[in-house]
Design a protein around this ligand. Structure first.
Ligand code: URA
Length: 202
């Protein structure tokens, strides 16, 4: 599908997505977590899927990964309030482990089932830049499986109207056990996000 200005509004999409049954993930999740942000933001950030906190709040990136993302955006000089934030998959996929719900990576059929929502969101927002955070987001945004290491940190042509930027997912930084690696990878993440900055300026 082509991203072009459309009459389909985000409110309409958000409402319709609440009843999505395109894959089985809706059955165990609390709710559909749709994107949020300015309706015509110049930048769209795409994550993987809501986590435990997002599933309960009904908002993307409000948990631990969201805190890393917020700090990195701030360090890159990118105002999150000016960016539309969403996920490739809009229901939380998990397995229960006692009292906690353990995050599970979405599978390709789930990513594909949810992709029309991302495509319709993108068509409605019509951003000049789409930033994919991690491999799942990149798969949805680019329509193919890519290697983050080979693709990250440079502007790619998405089509004639928009660029794409691939970088790591903030949860990857949270999982790194070594403090030096964490600091180094965080700096690279901020560097990647800095490439988005010119898209915010008129
Ligand atoms: N991870 C994501 O990819 N998205 C969220 O909304 C939260 C955590």
């Amino acid at each position: 599908m082509h991203a072009s200005p459309t009459t389909e509004t985000l409110d309409h999409l958000r409402h319709e997505a609440r009843a999505c049954r395109a894959c089985p993930l809706w059955q165990d999740a609390t709710q559909t977590v749709f994107g949020e942000g300015p309706a015509h933001a110049p930048i769209m950030l795409v994550g993987e899927q809501p986590g435990d906190k997002e599933d309960i709040a009904g908002k993307p990136f409000v948990g631990p990964a969201g805190q890393v993302l917020d700090r990195a955006l701030q360090d890159a000089g990118v105002d999150r309030g000016k960016v539309y934030v969403t996920n490739a998959v809009k229901h939380f996929k998990f397995v229960p482990r006692g009292k906690i719900r353990l995050h599970q990576k979405p599978a390709t059929p789930e990513i594909n089932a949810c992709r029309p929502w991302y495509q319709r969101e993108r068509a409605a927002v019509n951003p000049a830049l789409v930033v994919a955070l991690g491999a799942t987001a990149a798969q949805s945004v680019l329509g193919k499986i890519i290697t983050i290491g080979k693709t990250r940190g440079r502007l790619l042509d998405l089509d004639e109207t928009a660029k794409a930027l691939v970088t790591v997912h903030p949860s990857y930084l949270l999982r790194l056990p070594d403090a030096d690696a964490k600091a180094r990878e965080y700096r690279r993440f901020v560097e990647d996000l800095t490439l988005a900055l010119p898209f915010l300026q008129p």
